[in-house]
Design a protein around this ligand. Sequence first.
Ligand SMILES: C[S@@+](CC[C@H](N)C(=O)[O-])C[C@H]1O[C@@H](n2cnc3c(N)ncnc32)[C@H](O)[C@@H]1O
Length: 280
Amino acid sequence: MHEHDIDWAGMAERLITEGEALLPFVTGAAASLAERIAPRRIMDIGAGPGVAACALAQRFPDAEVIAVDGSEQLLERAAERARSMGMRLTTRVAEFPDGFADLPEADLIWTSHVLHHVGDQAAAVRALAGKLHPGGILAIAEGGLTTRFLPRDTGLGRPGLEARIEAAATEWFSRMRAGLPHAADVVEDWPTMLAASGLVEAGSRSYLIDRPAPLHDGFRAFVRSQFVRAAETLAEDLDAEDLATLTTLAGDGQDSIAHRSDVYILAARTVHSAARPQPR
Ligand SMILES: C[S@@+](CC[C@H](N)C(=O)[O-])C[C@H]1O[C@@H](n2cnc3c(N)ncnc32)[C@H](O)[C@@H]1O
C-alpha cells in the first residue's frame, strides 16, 4: 500500500469526528462568504461524509447544495447526515479529474483538504474555476497551522513529541504527493493559482479552532484517532522512544488521550478564495 492509496470510505468515522471538531473554520468561512454572495447553487467538491456540506446548507438555506465525491459510500453518509439534520442535500459521485467535466456550474464551489490529494493541483483549480457562474466564488481550504493537542512536556518520553510528529508527517505528505497519478510540483501559492485560472479578488483568510481542555468525549475521540493514525502512518519515520510514547497516548491506559485532563484542540485553517469576473 502506497501513501497515496487511501481507503477514504474506511475513514468515514474519522472524517466525521474531524469535520465536527474543526467545524468553526467552516462556519467562520461560510459567514465571510455570505457577506459576498447569495448562492443559488453550491458544490462541495470532495465532500466526504458531508459535515461541511450540511453546514453550508444550514448557512445558505435557499441554495441547492451538491456534495460531490469519488466515494459513493461517503456520499451515502453525507445524505444520511443531511436527512438527520432536516437539510436538503444532493449527492453526486465524480472522480477528479475525469468525472468533473459533467458537473453543473455553481455560484459557490467549496473544496476542503481535497486538492492536495490530486496530482496536478493547478489543473484542478483551473477545472473548478471553469465551473463557476459569472460572479461565482471558488473557496479552497488548504493549509493553515498544524493542529496541536498536548502540552510540550506530557510527562511521557522526550518533550516536543508533536513537533517531531509534524516534521515526520511533512515527509509523509511529500511521499504521498509524489506517488499521485500525474503528480506535478507546484508552489502551493493558492491565490496565485486562483488568479492564473482567470479569477479575480484572490485572497486568503484563516480561522482559529480553539477547543480548550478538558475535552468532551466526542472531541477526545477525534484526538485519539489522530494519534492512532500517526502511529499507523509514521511508524518508520519516528524513533523507537517517540513511537512508544505515541502508542501509549493512542491506547487505553491512564496516560492515554482517553483519560488525560490536558488534551485540547488548537488549530488554524486557511481558506483561499477568488471570484469569476462578471461580463462587462
Ligand atoms: C481529507 S478528505 C476531506 C473531506 C472533507 N472535504 C473535509 O474537509 O472534511 C478528502 C476527500 O476527498 C475525496 N477525494 C480524494 N481524491 C479524490 C478525487 N480524485 N476525486 C474525487 N474525490 C476525491 C475523498 O473521497 C475524501 O472524501
